[in-house]
Design a protein around this ligand. Structure first.
Ligand code: MN
Length: 291
């Protein structure tokens, strides 16, 4: 088995606010030369690095907005987020939980800091990914998967190295509960200082690691600091992460969909005509209603 090497290590671009509740570094697609296609099927990554929000009675967040053509996956590391959508789904994701929302043919939703978190204030740290859908599934029905940390598959590593949480896909033969439209793996490695974990993904899968906590070394050579993103080459299969101190690392790997991407704002389709249709449908109220 050939080693999958790091191609680039990125440090977070300057943050911007999404609504008033999400202070995000937009890693994908970004001015760092990482376009929509580079990590296909992961077409967007907004990273809210750890940030303290002061107490408030008015929950911060982002108001009602549409999506069509993909899935939003929100991973909560600190703080909690409440969500409502026009398909009638709602939920709260707390520290360690994941929300997997399939917008597909279209939903309206809103994303807010949960009420009690807002009142107390505190550290907030999240990742939101947009996972693209293949053309044949873009107009399928919206759905919602709330994955609590308690029900997440956890794989203990040997030598007290830590644990790997399987959000989607698999690790060492253990499968995560999220259902996906295309083959992908989404894992959280929680490593103790000095702990190592080895991962295997096909060469053609687009693969990256985001360091949520601590500092790591990849393949005993490339150092990645807290909040850094490591992009892998599309060569080789196997890589090893070693925690330089206690670390939490998000690992993403997915088979590219390799279809043309036509994106504008909250819509991601295959053609310009489909984008125009999405905007027209939204303007005509076909995405439903959400207060
Ligand atoms: Mn959204």
């Amino acid at each position: 088995m050939k080693t999958k090497q790091i191609e680039r290590v990125l440090t977070p671009p300057p943050p911007h606010m999404v609504g008033d509740g999400f202070r995000v570094h937009n890693y994908i697609p970004s001015g760092l030369g990482v376009g929509f296609e580079r990590m296909d099927p992961f077409i967007l990554m907004d990273y809210n690095s750890k940030f303290y929000f002061s107490p408030t009675d008015q929950p911060r967040g982002v108001g009602v907005h549409p999506h069509r053509g993909f899935e939003t996956v929100t991973i909560a590391y600190k703080g909690s987020v409440a969500h409502h959508d026009s398909a009638g789904n709602s939920g709260v994701i707390k520290e360690g939980d994941v929300q997997w929302m399939t917008a597909a043919s279209g939903v309206l939703h809103k994303e807010y800091h949960e009420e009690n978190f807002s009142k107390a204030g505190g550290d907030f740290q999240m990742v939101q990914l947009w996972v693209n859908l293949p053309a044949k599934d873009k107009m399928s029905s919206p759905k919602y998967q709330g994955i609590s940390n308690a029900e997440m598959k956890k794989v203990k590593l040997p030598a007290n190295a830590g644990v790997v949480e399987v959000i989607a896909g698999e690790f060492n033969g253990e499968k995560g509960s999220a259902s996906t439209f295309t083959p992908l793996h989404l894992l959280n490695a929680k490593l103790n200082k000095g702990g190592k974990a080895t991962f295997n993904f096909p060469e053609n899968y687009n693969t990256a690691v985001l360091v949520i906590e601590g500092n790591i070394k990849v393949n005993n050579s490339d150092a990645i600091k807290t909040d850094g993103l490591g992009l892998f080459k599309n060569e080789g299969e196997e890589f090893t992460i070693e925690a330089s101190d206690d670390a939490v690392v998000l690992i993403l790997s997915g088979e590219p969909i390799n279809e043309h991407i036509a994106a504008q704002g909250p819509f991601v389709m295959n053609t310009r005509a489909e984008l125009m249709q999405a905007m027209s449908d939204f303007n005509m109220g076909k995405f439903g209603y959400l207060e």
